[in-house]
Design a protein around this ligand. Sequence first.
Ligand code: ADP
Ligand code: MG
Length: 262
Amino acid sequence: MTAAKGTMVSKDADLPAGKGRHGAEERENHKDLHVREILKLDNVCKVYSEGASGVTAVCGIDFTVHKGELTGILGPSGSGKSTLLHLMGLLDRPTSGKIYVDGIDTTTMTADQQARIRGKKIGFVFQAFNLVPSLTALENVELPLVIYDMPKDERRKRAVAILQRLGLGSRLGHLPSQLSGGERQRVAIARALINDPEIILADEPTGNLDSRTGKEVLRIIEDLHHDGKTIIIVTHDEGIVGITEKIVRIRDGRVVKSEVLE
Ligand code: ADP
Ligand code: MG
């Protein structure tokens, strides 16, 4: 058995009893690990209740993301990208439709169950970095581990290693205000990676960066993809077309085109 398959089985062992195990066996028998459906949206709609009418932000969304894929969701401002990202990250619930993570319907889960999946499997990167201004780079990256009661030494070791890997070894004690935009986004990526999530969701990760720094961040994302992470980027930046395997184009809350690139 390969190491990758071993990981897959142990992840499935975390699933609720009676679910996933059979599927895991079936997947074990399949030669291509890429076929594992890690995220699936089935006829998803989100209506924000505003006044009597409501705003339909996205509707009729169907798509599947396989393990290890790098997917770009492209659309203009207001097309529903952030809404979709929040739904895929279980930060919000659809008004109708289903969202499956590893084959399990998340829409019937309690908020606690969703938070558990989020904490274990999903890392987020945002346009505005969302770092805590009063904490250093190192402390920001350690933060997600604090809730897991991990001993401080261990926490620190992991955070330092990830920051070094992202070229920030000499910036550990810097506050966000003492870092450039590109460095801040790298700290945010390090924070997203600290729990070793399988899925990274990025919302306009290059939106606040100049084009050179934006390209640097895309290169890091490509590296993570080569390391086997499943990554979904929502953006209006056509620059991602060159690096993704799959592009889903959305407009006015609907998928208008879905293409797999060579
Ligand atoms: P994008 O990220 O592509 O710019 P959004 O997902 O932010 O698009 O927004 C999609 C649509 O939903 C827009 O019309 C927006 O005004 C609306 N919208 C987003 N969030 C809310 C909200 N919390 N309440 C009401 N309407 C919202
Ligand atoms: Mg947005």
